[in-house]
Write a protein that binds this ligand. Structure first.
Ligand SMILES: Cc1cc2nc3c(=O)[nH]c(=O)nc-3n(C[C@H](O)[C@H](O)[C@H](O)COP(=O)(O)OP(=O)(O)OC[C@H]3O[C@@H](n4cnc5c(N)ncnc54)[C@H](O)[C@@H]3O)c2cc1C
Length: 383
């Protein structure tokens, strides 16, 4: 077992960090304040291979491993987790569903546009009345001749305002055990549009909006996977997506830790740097230790996924632990900054606002615990 990264992996991390430092960080407070999603910078991420990290080269992807993807998302999270969230939703949700469930023709048609950044992808499962209880979705898909007609509203959809294509989950048979189907819908089709853009606590650089379907007519060739298997495929998509939320959490926690450490070394009280006080040192020690443990869980889940094995339990563990570590780390960061931790000119408050989404998006901490427990108990039953 070797936890060291290869030279190539370290280079990728450096490249992403430099991209973030030069093209995101200088604009961050302005974008955060205005809730501005930087489309051009997002597309530039496509030029660097960050919008198709794990997809094969035949679709324009970078052909890297899920471990590499975890490292990319962590680095983006250090600089701005909102931008990282949009990149993660594009990679592991929108493109991820097309890659997992799409046929050869669909992949050829859509994925190269998504990996290059020419197109932006979104993924709509959540609805106003169903989030954790994702199976309670109400959007309908009714067969009409060779087409499907979709009606419903999706809620809290990352990238919805700017997406060129959205994967939408809809009920095609409310009486069937497997009655949910996935559709890839180009956003210039009549009947689909982005709705209200949310005004958020954090992750404000990421776009979050409704996705509204009103008699949206979609041809059969836009059905992703087997009719009725959409929900099962969506859970597989989330298995991968949750690892990226874990990685994003590690990035936020690391950003908060690095800011707190540097501040503690230069801020003085009672005639010495506050880093000399054991109370501050213990906070830094706890932050750093938990970050290492969280990253190892993300790498473990990514390694299992790279091996093609079932990753549900490991991805839920990585997401649960990393997101809760990150919440604790950002809280300590604000504490170490003291009053300045409350002030927008300093970095601590933004980490504190951004991080909370990580315990909610792609399944809350409670849902992760349910998934983990269900898997553990099923495993015990089989033994
Ligand atoms: C910024 C942002 C981006 C998002 N991006 C996307 C996206 O791109 N695509 C998408 O489809 N969705 C997206 N979501 C939706 C997100 O996945 C849901 O918000 C999340 O799954 C929680 O669902 P909910 O908001 O309906 O909360 P609810 O399900 O109403 O949960 C409310 C509370 O009840 C708890 N709860 C619910 N059921 C149980 C239970 N059985 N046992 C114990 N506790 C329970 C929850 O843990 C939570 O604490 C996004 C959300 C946000 C805020």
């Amino acid at each position: 077992m070797d936890f060291r990264l290869s030279d190539e992996q370290l280079q990728i991390k450096t490249m992403v960090r430099e991209f973030g430092e030069s093209e995101i960080k200088p604009h961050l407070s302005e974008w955060d304040e205005a809730q501005h999603f930087p489309v051009d910078t997002f597309k530039r991420a496509g030029e660097l291979g960050l919008l198709g990290v794990t997809l094969p080269e035949e679709y324009g992807g970078a052909g890297l491993s899920y471990v590499d993807y975890v490292n990319v998302i962590e680095e983006l999270g250090v600089v701005d987790s909102g931008f990282g969230l949009s990149v993660a939703a594009h990679n592991s949700l929108g493109s991820g569903h097309i890659y997992i469930a799409g046929n050869a023709e669909q992949k050829k048609k859509w994925l190269s546009k998504l990996t290059s950044g020419e197109w932006i992808g979104a993924w709509g499962l959540t609805e106003p009345g169903s989030g954790s209880d994702a199976g309670g979705l109400r959007t309908t898909a009714v067969k009409d001749g060779d087409d499907w007609v979709l009606n419903g509203t999706k809620n809290f959809i990352t990238n919805a305002t700017y997406a060129n294509i959205s994967v939408v989950l809809a009920v095609n048979d409310k009486n069937a055990k497997r009655g949910v189907t996935a559709f890839a819908i180009e956003m210039d089709r009549p009947g689909i549009r982005a709705g209200k853009k949310e005004n958020k606590l954090g992750m404000r650089v990421s776009d979050t909006a409704e996705l509204i379907l009103e008699d949206c007519r979609v041809p059969q060739e836009n059905v992703l996977g087997v009719i009725g298997d959409g929900f099962v495929d969506a859970m597989r998509v989330l298995d991968g997506g949750r690892i990226s939320i874990g990685a994003l959490s590690v990035g936020i926690a690391r950003g908060a830790y690095e800011a707190a450490r540097d501040y503690a070394k230069q801020r003085t009280a009672f005639g010495k740097p506050i880093a000399d006080f054991q109370a501050i040192q213990f906070m830094l020690a706890d932050m750093a230790t938990e970050i290492e443990a969280a990253r190892l869980l993300c790498w473990q889940a990514a390694t299992v996924k790279d091996a093609g094995e079932r990753v549900t339990q490991f991805s839920a563990m990585a997401k649960l632990y990393a997101s809760e570590v990150a919440v604790r780390a950002t809280e300590k960061c604000v504490q170490i900054f003291g009053g300045y931790g409350f002030i927008k000119e300093f970095p601590a408050e933004k980490f504190y606002r951004d991080v909370k989404l990580c315990t909610i998006g792609e399944g809350t901490s409670e849902i992760q615990r349910m998934v983990i427990a269900r898997n553990l108990l099923a495993e015990a039953q089989r033994a």
